[in-house]
Structures are given as structure tokens and as C-alpha cells.
Ligand binder design. Structure first.
Ligand code: FES
Length: 180
């Protein structure tokens, strides 16, 4: 809504009015509609170019990371001798050349189990605490059951990926990592 003062004719100090008369708001906001339109388009174009560039760079980065880190593959790796680990004992091993640490446990009943050592919450390294008989993640106090790999406390919701084992003579062989 315009007021009488909006309609007041404005002339800059020391100038004589030339051309069409301007109101006060036109003087205070001295952009012509056409010029304003051009600036907006330019800004929009710049934003679109920058956004596309950022999107392209992010996509290229993700693709490059995918190339650097090959997908997990099943492997068959000898990881320990059967008599090497006493009941209640643990051995850490690399399951694949580029994978994180994995954990081999010998439970109190003599059975062997193995898990990925990467926490299913935010991927911190999990370790076995023999005193508590628990698999622990120090980052956010995640706790896993050593018999099943299931999460039993803290933020993790998924079990540790299990690595299946086979005994060949007196050697324990890791054969594959079970899907989560
Ligand atoms: S990363 Fe293991 S509990 Fe958060």
C-alpha cells in the first residue's frame, strides 16, 4: 500500500530533475527492473555452475574412492594353529590384504569363532576383553557377545560380520566373511 510520502517526488541534493520524476523509494532503491533481472539471472547461473561443479567433483571423488578400495572378497587364509590359542584366548589377524583387523577367539568350551574387527556402529576397531569375556568397542562403549557377535550394549545394532572357519589338520583356515 502506498502512502502519500511514497508518492513524494524525490530529487537528489544539488540536482535538477531530468527525465521522468522519481519517487522516494525509487531513489532509495535505484535499480531498474531490467538491470535487477539481469543480476538475478547471472547469480542463478553462477549458482547453477558452482552446484554442478561441486556435484561433479563429489561424484568423481566417490568413484575414485571406489577404485582405491576394492570390494570385499572372500578369501582362504591360514590364520592359526589349533594348539596356539588356549580356551579364552584371542588372536588378531588380517583377513584380506586391505581389510581391517579380524578377531579369532577360542571360547571357553574350546570352540573357535572369528569376526571382522570393525564395529558395526561407526567402524572403530573392536577388541576382546578376556577379563569381561566381551568384545568391546572403545569409541562409544559398544559391546558384542563373543559367542555370537551380536551387539549386547551401546549403539551398535548389527552383529559383527562372522568369518567362517575350517580346520585343516592342525591349521585353522578362514574361508569367508558371512554377510552382515
Ligand atoms: S564405533 Fe563402535 S560403538 Fe560406535
Amino acid at each position: 500500500m502506498t502512502t502519500p510520502s511514497d508518492r513524494q517526488v524525490f530529487t537528489a541534493p544539488g540536482r535538477t530533475p531530468t527525465g521522468p520524476r522519481r519517487t522516494r523509494w525509487q531513489a532509495e532503491f535505484p535499480y531498474h527492473w531490467d538491470a535487477d533481472d539481469v543480476v538475478s539471472r547471472r547469480e542463478l547461473l553462477r549458482f547453477a555452475v558452482l552446484a554442478s561443479g561441486a556435484l561433479f567433483a563429489a561424484t568423481a571423488g566417490i568413484a575414485a574412492l571406489g577404485q582405491l578400495r576394492p570390494p570385499r572378497t572372500s578369501g582362504r587364509i591360514a590364520i592359526a594353529r589349533v594348539g596356539e590359542i588356549a580356551p579364552g584366548g584371542v588372536k588378531y589377524f588380517e583377513y584380506t590384504p586391505r581389510d581391517e583387523q579380524a578377531i579369532l577367539l577360542r571360547l571357553a568350551n574350546g570352540q573357535f569363532v572369528a569376526y571382522s574387527g570393525r564395529c558395526t556402529h561407526l567402524s572403530c576397531a573392536v577388541y576382546f576383553d578376556a577379563r569381561q569375556n566381551k568384545l568391546l568397542c572403545p569409541c562409544h562403549e559398544g559391546v558384542f557377545d563373543p559367542e555370537t557377535g551380536d551387539p549386547i550394549a551401546g549403539p551398535p545394532q548389527r552383529p559383527l560380520p562372522r568369518i567362517t572357519l575350517r580346520q585343516e589338520g592342525d591349521t585353522l583356515v578362514a574361508t569367508e566373511e558371512a554377510p552382515q
